[in-house]
Design a protein around this ligand. Structure first.
Ligand code: ANZ
Ligand code: ZN
Length: 870
């Protein structure tokens, strides 16, 4: 046969599937439902290899369950709002909408060239008013239900880009794009009250048994529940202030005897009061603000403070006082914005104490040390131990000491209230969704001088983004628009102003999976349909979304439930996070990155060398890294599909490593995959050629060889199914390789053989074609035709496994002589005593010990063990 030509066959089948509506899903189909979803892409312009890997996996799952007779929903859409579109608008003078839709079109063509079994009739773009109108409607419902609030909060403000930045976008105190020093501003912002759900979001993690443990751990840490104590410290009188006490939040009240200072946040009210008359303190506070409040920055930054001149009374060590500092590492929006420092048992406190020469008193004794052996150097002791140096807490465990001290302070009064109150705290903050940006979903609210903030009446939705925008000025183009924001108040009719903030794009992706279940509905969801399809049976995406996107979606689903748009709590039943696609890196003599396409690799024994293809210059082979533009080690999916075809790319992506790990893209690997594709093609054609010739041959009994092949085929069927269900794609691929080897060997034996053998071969080849169907669907569909099967393979059911053929029918029996193991024999399962006896006694070791005499006794436990007594 001719070589298989993917360039011809792949587009052919894509058209056939399309024309047959092969993957269009009917909501009224009575079969059991299965919903598989890959995280939808941002329309950046081109798909990358990470997408290929992600969608190849999802497609295997979709095609498999489809063949298993389920009604499979496998949709695709576009996470289409966001900053890059605005940047393109500025740089290229393109309207963000035009840019976005051009990209969608280009990427859709790329996805289509991959042959994914997607229901394109349900395509969604989040920037489409038909999508975001429903988001606006739900926002209003959530606002009415008290799930949305508007409050003043500290934000990172980039004075050049004139926008709020997320903490993650502040790097070393500077805006990630502009490089400008970020300022702290108080802005009134819209928030989703996700923190109201902190406990529930935490507790429900236990039920997500089909999620990776690491993702659950990350969410747990992000929610960050801690049980602590609010504790009052009595202030020594000071003429500058009126306050009589400082309240701190601590999770380690057991270390109170080791306290050596108090630290206030730069934004603490007391700090503000003092700074008003203390220029040095005011300067310190300003410095802290320049540094920003991003967790990462804070962790790396040097711990610094400024002494206020105030002191508090030590709450347990009679007669002692503690100095009060303002410190850069204390946040205002956590706990009370004030802490007590115990340097011996907290690293930040220790760094701080060393710098300002404060006492370091250990109060937790490590399990295997004597008190006099304890010494704190540069490292705080944060492990478990027994309390010491602590008066009435001495000898208690940390947990017991916490209880005891909480009880102690609960009974004491200070400043008219109990000195200590137990409190549960969460790290999780409310979700600030206001963005001072054009290309996002408008927040459907109107500000009226008389009525305050007035929701846009639902009949006036959607609030549509204007298209005639200009990006000449930095900042929010919506705000600059000459007319858009000027409206009449829907309540009193007075001239009023539209909210010009748009929603964080994470809102858009927090419910798209629900919209897919009824993408054309006039309401955000159709309750019955959403409930029938959801939760998503298998969600697949990058681990980079393990926290925010997944947490927001879990919250939003609950908020949708509270407002009657859905009947479930958890959106994703099964979650899978795939590894990254990596590639070697290359550098030239000047240390510049060189793309793989410019390079020729040479192998000489163990050593590999690289040359520049055009100049011949020696190239250094560097480490294997995640594909990234900056290191130029990216491989373009389009080029791969054009050269090798989509099936080869898909196959290679699935074959080389476990799906949760990184996979290294190599040219040798793709070529291997491509060769395998041809090998299957040859095998199928060879088998059919023999079949055509031998069809007249006489029938015969199934001989041993044929039976062994049938067994191998059914074992592979069974295993590949189990591996796909368990998302062990690389193992499924390995099974298929093995099966192909078995069948290739068998082809030689079948020639001029009885008909029974031929049937086994044809069955085997047909099963092979079905097994590669989810992975290499185009090749499989072509082979299906060669096999002369009716209809599309895409519509064919998954082949059944004959359980009788799975049974292994030989057993290995250990053979003992006088209770000591001397060897083993392999016999058919349920073999007769005579056979076992004969085999056991003829073992060399046994024969030697018998020395020609018959055994005194022979114990045979069938299928288990043989014991010879001599
Ligand atoms: C005294 C102490 C002693 C603390 C010790 C720790 C170890 P988690 O577990 O993350 O909740 N803290 C409290 N409020 C803070 C704020 N606004 N900014 C920065 N740090 C703050 O952390 C709680 C601990 O972090 C608290 O317990 C407090 O320090 C600090 F050996 O109090 B601890
Ligand atoms: Zn009004």
């Amino acid at each position: 046969a001719e070589r298989y030509n993917p360039r011809e066959m792949e587009p052919h089948w894509q058209t056939v599937w399309d024309e047959n509506g092969a993957f269009v899903v009917d909501n009224d189909d009575p079969r059991e439902r299965y919903y598989v979803l890959e995280m939808f892409p941002y329309p950046s312009g081109r798909i990358h290899m990470g997408h290929v890997r992600n969608y190849a996996m999802g497609d295997v799952v979709a095609r498999y369950w489809r063949a298993r007779g389920k009604n499979v929903l496998h949709p695709m859409g576009w996470d289409a709002f966001g900053l890059p579109a605005e940047n393109a608008a500025i740089e290229r003078k393109l309207n963000p909408r035009t840019w976005t839709y051009q990209n969608i079109e280009a990427m859709k063509a790329q996805l289509k060239s991959m042959g994914l079994s997607l229901d394109w009739s349900r395509e969604i773009a989040t920037c489409d008013p038909d999508y975001y109108r429903h988001q606006q409607a739900m926002f209003l419902d959530m606002l009415a239900a008290g799930l949305v609030s508007r409050k003043k909060s500290k934000v990172n403000w980039d004075p050049v880009d004139m926008t709020v930045l997320a903490n993650e976008q502040v790097i070393d105190g500077r805006g990630w794009r502009s490089g400008a020093e970020v300022q702290q501003r108080e802005l009134t912002q819209w928030f989703f009250r996700i923190s109201d759900y902190a406990e529930e979001l935490l507790a429900a993690l236990d039920g997500l048994t089909e999620w990776p443990d690491k993702v659950r751990v990350m969410q747990r840490n992000w929610i960050g529940r801690s049980e602590g104590l609010r504790l009052l410290f009595a202030l020594e009188p000071d003429p500058r202030i009126e306050a009589k006490s400082i309240e701190v939040f601590t999770t380690r009240p057991d270390t109170i005897f080791g306290a050596s200072f108090i630290a206030l946040s730069p934004d603490h009210p007391l700090t503000c009061t003092l700074a008003a008359s203390d220029p040095a303190l005011a300067e310190f506070v300003a410095e802290c603000h320049r540094q920003g409040t991003a967790t990462e920055t804070l962790e790396k930054a040097e711990k610094r403070g400024h002494f206020t001149g105030l002191h508090v009374r030590h709450p347990v060590s009679e007669g002692e006082t503690l100095p009060v500092y303002v410190a850069n590492f204390v946040l205002m929006d956590y706990g009370t914005g004030a802490i007590f420092g115990c340097p011996a048992h907290d690293q930040r406190d220790l760094d701080f104490a060393r710098k300002y020469d404060l006492p370091v008193l250990p109060v937790v004794l490590p399990p295997d040390l004597d008190p006099q052996e304890v010494e704190i150097g540069d490292e705080a002791y944060v492990e478990d131990g027994t309390i010491f140096n602590s008066g009435f807490l001495d000898g208690l465990s940390i947990e017991d000491a916490k209880q005891r001290i909480a009880g102690h302070f609960a009974e004491r009064m200070l400043d008219g209230r109990p000195q200590g109150v137990v409190e549960v705290n969460y790290r999780l903050r409310d979700w600030g969704i206001s963005r001072q940006r054009y290309w996002g979903c408008p927040i459907p609210v109107i500000h009226c001088e008389v009525c305050g903030t007035v929701p846009v009446p639902k009949k006036d939705l959607p609030v549509v983004l204007p298209e005639d925008v200009s990006f000449d000025k930095p900042g929010n183009a919506l705000d600059h628009h000459p007319s858009w924001k000027h409206v009449d108040c829907p309540q009193c009719g007075a001239p009023a102003r539209r909210e010009t903030d748009t929603m964080d794009t994470f809102v858009d992706s927090s419910w798209y999976f629900a919209r897919f279940t009824a993408p054309d509905a006039a309401t955000p969801t159709v309750l019955d349909q959403a409930n029938a399809w959801l939760p998503v049976d298998q969600y697949i995406g990058g681990v980079e979304h393990a926290i925010l996107h997944l947490l927001y979606s879990r919250f939003f689903t609950r908020a949708m439930k509270a407002t009657g748009h859905i009947g479930i709590d958890e959106p994703f039943k099964g979650m899978f996070t795939q590894g990254m696609v990596t590639h070697e890196t290359y550098r030239n003599g000047k240390g510049e990155w060189v793309p793989p396409t410019d390079i020729v690799l040479e192998t000489e024994g163990e050593t590999r060398r690289a040359r520049h293809a055009a100049t011949g210059e020696a190239i250094t082979i560097g480490s294997v890294e995640k594909m990234s533009k900056s290191k130029k080690n990216v491989v373009d999916p389009d080029e791969i599909v054009a050269t090798y075809g989509a099936d080869t790319a898909r196959w290679f992506m699935l074959s080389d490593s476990p799906p949760e790990r990184d996979v290294q893209w190599t040219e040798a690997g793709v070529e291997g995959a491509s060769r395998f594709q041809q090998r299957i093609w040859r095998l199928v054609n060879e088998a059919m050629a023999i079949a055509a010739k031998e069809a007249e041959g006489g029938a015969g009994a199934l001989d041993d060889e044929a039976l062994a092949v049938r067994k191998a085929v059914h074992r592979a069927l069974h295993q590949v199914g189990a591996d796909i269900e368990g998302l062990r794609f690389n193992r499924a691929v390995a099974q298929i390789y093995e099966m192909t080897n078995t069948l290739s060997r068998y082809v030689g034996l079948v020639e001029a053989a009885p008909r029974a053998r031929l049937e086994v071969l044809v069955e085997g080849v047909e099963r092979l074609v079905q097994l590669i169907g989810p992975m290499m669907p185009h090749l499989a569909e072509t082979c299906w035709q060669v096999l002369g099967r009716e209809g599309l393979l895409a519509d064919a059911p998954w082949p059944p496994v004959d359980p009788a053929l799975l049974e292994d029918d030989s057993v290995t029996l250990p053979v003992q002589v006088n209770g000591k193991r001397r060897g083993e024999i392999v016999v058919p399962k349920g073999a007769a005593r005579e056979l076992i006896e004969k085999e056991a006694l003829s073992l060399d070791a046994v024969a030697r010990m018998l020395d020609g005499k018959p055994p005194r006794k022979l114990v045979i436990v069938p299928d288990r063990i043989v014991n010879v007594v001599v």
